[in-house]
Design a protein around this ligand. Structure first.
Ligand code: SAM
Ligand code: SF4
Length: 329
């Protein structure tokens, strides 16, 4: 298989596909309270269109695909779509990021469709706080979903926790403790400045380093070798623990040098960097009669346009105008 290299010699191997901007939650760090006006039905890429982009990307050397959203499990037909993704030659690693609310019914069908890796977002273990962070969500649906995912065969289960000072930072140690006697991965994500959330400000940011410092109170944190499947997460293990801890230091430490990602938004924009608003609209191509060669050339152009690094720390940085739910995280 060819190696897809960008201008800075990074090996681009991973496509994140947002299948919808819609969601059954309204997390404070992701969406405004009233939600967002959803992308119109005609503007959302159809599954066949997404599959065409995915096939083209796979022919060029993309081997990993993550399905995300919005909430991917709210889109009708998602299980069959995942089955189709799984049949694309060259795709060796298929994963999904979900809020877990619909997993009770979906975990088993997902596994049967070929999905093997799952990340579930859960930012607190406290039912009341969960309701506040998600603006109305029921933590029990996620806990049942996690247990169904385990029964279905997903292993390890990865839990994503967006860390926010004075919101859930007091639970970092409690989350870390979960790894002691369970094979679960807890991944702390630094709170990122994207549009939509009503909360982001410096005061709510807490660095991974500070979280690690707190977690060291319950044991030695052993750094683990970089794992291809951990993506940008820096991985650790508490001494004697079954599970692992990951830290995604989007802000405090550039992860750009090893970034291997390309993103496809639900409305058909290819995006080379999470934090840059530069996007290429492939929908007109897909709905026109573009040839496979043309599509492949556009993917090449987007990869060539991938910036060396994000400019979050520069004075010129403007918060991304798209929300995480639109970009897919
Ligand atoms: N709805 C699914 C979920 O919540 O897992 C998938 C989409 S969500 C946009 C993907 C990931 O982005 C989630 O893990 C979520 O916690 C994370 N995320 C959303 N907004 C964020 C922000 N402002 N900073 C850091 N992570 C964020
Ligand atoms: Fe929905 Fe996920 Fe955004 Fe929460 S983080 S509002 S679950 S898309």
């Amino acid at each position: 298989m060819p190696k897809l290299l960008d201008t800075y010699n990074r090996h681009i191997s991973y496509l994140r596909i947002s299948v919808t901007d819609r969601c059954n939650l309204r997390c404070i760090y992701c969406m405004p309270k009233e939600g967002l006006s959803p992308i119109g039905h005609d503007d959302i890429l159809r599954y066949e269109e997404i599959l065409r982009v995915a096939r083209s990307a796979a022919q060029k050397g993309i081997s990993k695909i993550r399905v995300t959203g919005g909430e991917p499990l709210v889109r009708r037909g998602i299980i069959d779509f995942i089955g189709e993704l799984n049949r694309i030659p060259g795709i060796a690693d298929l994963s999904i990021t979900t809020n877990g609310v619909l997993l009770e019914a979906c975990a088993e069908p997902l596994y049967r469709a070929g999905m093997r890796r799952i990340n579930i977002s859960l930012d607190t273990l406290n039912p009341e706080k969960y309701k506040k962070i998600t603006r109305g969500g029921d933590i029990n649906s996620v806990l049942v979903g996690i247990s169904k995912a385990r029964q279905a065969g997903f292993a390890p289960i990865k839990i994503n926790v967006v860390a926010m000072r004075n919101v859930n930072d007091d639970e970092a140690v409690e989350f870390a403790r979960l790894t002691l006697d369970r094979p679960v991965h807890i991944r702390f994500i630094e709170f990122m400045p994207v549009a939509g959330q009503t909360l982001w400000e410096e005061a709510q940011f807490i660095s991974s380093e500070e979280l690690q410092e707190r977690i060291r109170a319950i044991g030695t944190l052993i750094p683990l070798d970089a794992d291809q499947k951990a993506g940008p997460a820096k991985m650790f293990q508490l001494e004697g623990a079954q599970g692992k801890l990951g830290f995604i230091t989007a802000l405090s430490n550039h992860f750009c040098a090893t970034c291997n990602r390309l993103r496809l938004t639900a409305d058909g924009k290819l995006r080379a960097c999470l934090f840059s608003d530069d996007e290429t609209d492939v929908k007109p191509l897909l709905r026109g009669s573009c040839s496979d060669d043309e599509l492949s050339r556009v993917i090449d152009q987007v990869i060539r346009s991938k910036p060396q690094r994000h400019d979050i720390h520069e004075a010129t940085f403007k918060k991304c105008s798209r929300t995480m739910s639109a970009i897919g995280g």
